[in-house]
Design a protein around this ligand. Structure first.
Ligand code: URA
Length: 237
């Protein structure tokens, strides 16, 4: 049994304060009867309605986050702040986790969801979902780096990398890198192997998702219906 305000806030649609207001305004029913108090305890499997619309206790949430540097891509960490700390309380209780990781000092597109089935399929190595990154290095990139990435590199530590894209931009210390896999520190390790250590890294796209340019670092928004449909299709759902 759980408090009504907790059950409804866990859907990610309202804060507990908003739930209290909805209950007070008589807009919430449980099993067809108007709810009396936000503190009253109910079985989460009961039938909840707000303004006559059924509310599932298991709402799936999908957020696009512009990850800033300095936060770890994890749900909790004993020593370091996590990306979940960017979210309001009511969204921190719905079981969100990052679908795919970025290093602590990497910025850019991160998908947060509580849809374990979708994340699992999207991240499955055999699905080869392309991810693109903007990168700045120490040194100048050239065609030999592009060729090495395209050929598939084997790093000094034995890591075998699939062929990857590296398009040198006008400023030759910058490039767009495209990966089909996501091994630990992969771009940093590939470019360190080329003698051009990464200075700055930002993920721009992941499969059909592109980082929304209107999101500042640390900002997030729900995926649009179109984005969600595209992500589902990529995941084969
Ligand atoms: N490659 C890296 O080295 N770091 C990231 O965060 C992502 C890809």
């Amino acid at each position: 049994m759980e408090r009504l305000d907790k059950i409804l806030a866990n859907t990610g649609r309202w804060s507990r304060k908003e739930v209290r207001e909805l209950v007070r305004a008589g807009r919430v029913t449980v099993n067809g009867v108007p709810a009396r108090s936000p503190e009253e305890k109910w079985d989460p499997a009961a039938r909840f309605e707000v303004d006559g619309a059924a509310i599932s206790g298991e709402r799936l949430v999908y957020l696009m986050l512009h990850k800033p540097a300095g936060l770890v891509s994890a749900t909790d960490d004993p020593r370091q702040p996590t990306v979940l700390e960017l979210l309001p309380d009511y969204l921190r209780r719905v079981g969100l986790f990052p679908a795919g990781r970025l290093d602590k000092d990497t910025e850019g597109l991160l998908l947060l969801t509580n849809d374990g089935a979708l994340a699992h399929r999207l991240l499955a190595p055999r699905r080869h979902v392309d991810k693109t990154y903007f990168v700045r290095v120490d040194g100048q990139l050239d065609g030999s780096d592009t060729a090495a990435f395209a050929a598939g590199m084997t790093l000094g530590d034995g890591l075998v990398c699939m062929p990857a894209g590296l398009e040198v931009l006008e400023q030759a210390d910058t490039a767009i890198v495209t990966l089909r896999e996501g091994k630990y520190h992969q771009i940093k390790r590939m470019l360190a192997c080329r003698g051009k250590p990464v200075r700055y890294l930002k993920r721009l796209t992941m499969g059909p998702l592109t980082l929304d340019p209107s999101l500042e670092r640390g900002e997030w928004r729900p995926l649009t219906e179109v984005e969600l449909a595209a992500v589902r299709a990529t995941a084969g759902i």
